[in-house]
Design a protein around this ligand. Structure first.
Ligand code: FES
Length: 78
């Protein structure tokens, strides 16, 4: 008898952009503090504000480009 197929976890990637948002790619559910999911037009790709200036938080609306937000994060080896 064969074991049931194990579904692999969806691949999610989050990229921290220089002077900009965190781009999320992959199938994810983004919820607020009450557990209610955000209605995302595209669950497979969206950008989360990192600068705090978006009028559409938690999503990036491009405001970081006009506010002079500066942040470059580089991963360091373990
Ligand atoms: S990172 Fe784009 S508006 Fe904040």
């Amino acid at each position: 008898m064969r074991a049931p197929a194990v579904e692999s976890a969806p691949m999610v990637e989050i990229t921290v952009f220089d002077n900009g948002p965190c781009k999320v790619t992959g199938g994810v559910v983004l919820k607020d503090m009450t557990g209610k999911p955000f209605n995302l037009p595209n669950k497979d790709q969206f950008a989360l504000c990192r600068c705090g200036n978006s009028a559409n938080k938690p999503f990036c609306d491009g405001s970081h480009k006009t506010t002079g937000f500066q942040s470059q994060c580089r991963a360091t080896p373990y």
